[in-house]
Design a protein around this ligand. Sequence first.
Ligand SMILES: Nc1ncnc2c1ncn2[C@@H]1O[C@H](COP(=O)(O)OP(=O)(O)O)[C@@H](O)[C@H]1O
Ligand SMILES: O=c1ccn([C@@H]2O[C@H](COP(=O)(O)OP(=O)(O)O)[C@@H](O)[C@H]2O)c(=O)[nH]1
Length: 239
Amino acid sequence: MATDIRFKRVLLKVSGEALMGRQGFGIDVAVADRIAGDIAEARELGVDVSVVIGGGNIFRGVAVASKGGDRVTGDHMGMLATVINALALRTSLAKLGIDAIVLSAISMPEICQSFSQRVAQEHADAGRVVIFAGGTGNPFFTTDSAAALRAAEMGAEALMKGTQVDGIYSEDPKKNPNAERFDRLSHDEVLQRGLAVMDVAAVALARENRIPIVVFSIHEPGGFAQILRGEGRATIVSD
Ligand SMILES: Nc1ncnc2c1ncn2[C@@H]1O[C@H](COP(=O)(O)OP(=O)(O)O)[C@@H](O)[C@H]1O
Ligand SMILES: O=c1ccn([C@@H]2O[C@H](COP(=O)(O)OP(=O)(O)O)[C@@H](O)[C@H]2O)c(=O)[nH]1
């Protein structure tokens, strides 16, 4: 079955906002459970999945900065939010009998192990789903950049960005419903056209390391496995 699969080892970026479902804030456990189910489905296809999780459902650093507060402190709060989400996803995976481990870029040994590439690789080799928390561990970055970084470190064949939209458009489709949707783009095209589905640092890092980016809707149940089988709607960014 796995012979039809396009990628055997992927890094899945799960948007923090995806976890809040219709609530408008925080974590909807039913949504976390459903995303865990999608990861389980991908593993059944024989795909190694590791995950970078965002924190936008709880906190974004710019929210502090925009109200005159300190950006660095705001970003620290945002990175902590990603740890909360990572623990929720690990809990949902455990309910399905999937062994997952949270590795944080910010040390908090009472709660989870600290990230190092070597430790991450060992857990992945042991068949665990590695959930990377704490973003890059640095302010002024995003979890998209963390996803590109961890994808490179883990030797992932693709960075799969599960987000609110079903691909990359000529403009933000939430602002312009008539925007044109692309099936394929190069990293250079994404950067040159200023397509803001991911930040520039993340796309540039993926380009440097020749890692394809696949943008798809995380809200479509079973969508992740579909994309891995080469079906469903997504935009593929590759050279
Ligand atoms: N050209 C574009 N194509 C697709 N989405 C875009 C584009 N420009 C902006 N976006 C917006 O980017 C969002 C995804 O980026 P982001 O907010 O960082 O998501 P995430 O929460 O998944 O990290 C989409 O929900 C979409 O509204
Ligand atoms: O390497 C990182 C990753 C994240 N963040 C902070 O954590 C917040 C949540 O991450 P992000 O906005 O990327 O989450 P998502 O959009 O995926 O929900 C960001 O707004 C930043 O404040 C950070 O400072 N450095």
